[in-house]
Write a protein that binds this ligand. Structure first.
Ligand code: ZN
Length: 154
């Protein structure tokens, strides 16, 4: 990986996004998602409402807010083309391709938000079946039930 593999520029999903500058194969590392690990998520208030802290293990967050993090602008999507993989031995997280990624394609991954977090973070990924909230894939059936019955379930 080199810094010429990805670039940040305005995204149709939200704000600035991360885009591939070359093709990636499934399983290939795209760019590191770097930052310190903490035992608490960074509050959105300290980052202009944007969220860069991701839970990499139960009770452990990776704070990717630093401008040094090449992946900080990667957006969430309901059908992401990449996933964030934490490598314990390296103490580093890597955005890794889930499927073939074309040059100029926006790189997206599942932020893994909880049901509670999802209520404050709309998704505008553009998928025809976009659920409208940033939420972890396994929790989407629960969110659909939540929206249907419109009562708190968490
Ligand atoms: Zn979506």
């Amino acid at each position: 990986m080199s810094t010429t593999d990805v670039e940040s520029r305005p995204s149709p999903i939200a704000g600035v996004g991360l885009f591939a500058k070359r093709e990636f194969l499934p399983g290939e590392r795209i760019a590191p998602y770097s930052g310190p690990t903490t035992t608490e998520p960074t509050s959105a208030a300290s980052t202009d409402g944007k969220v860069y802290a991701l839970e990499i293990a139960p009770g452990r967050w990776l704070d990717g807010a630093s401008a040094d993090n090449p992946s900080r602008h990667a957006n969430h999507a309901c059908h992401p083309n990449a996933e964030l993989i934490w490598h314990e031995q390296e103490s580093m997280a890597w955005l890794t391709a889930l499927r073939p990624i074309a040059t100029d394609e926006e790189i997206t991954f599942d932020y893994g938000f909880s049901l509670a977090e999802s209520l404050f973070h709309p998704c505008a990924c553009g998928a025809t079946d976009c659920i409208g909230r940033i939420i972890a894939t396994p929790l989407r059936p629960a969110l659909r039930r939540h929206l249907r019955f419109s009562r708190p379930r968490d």
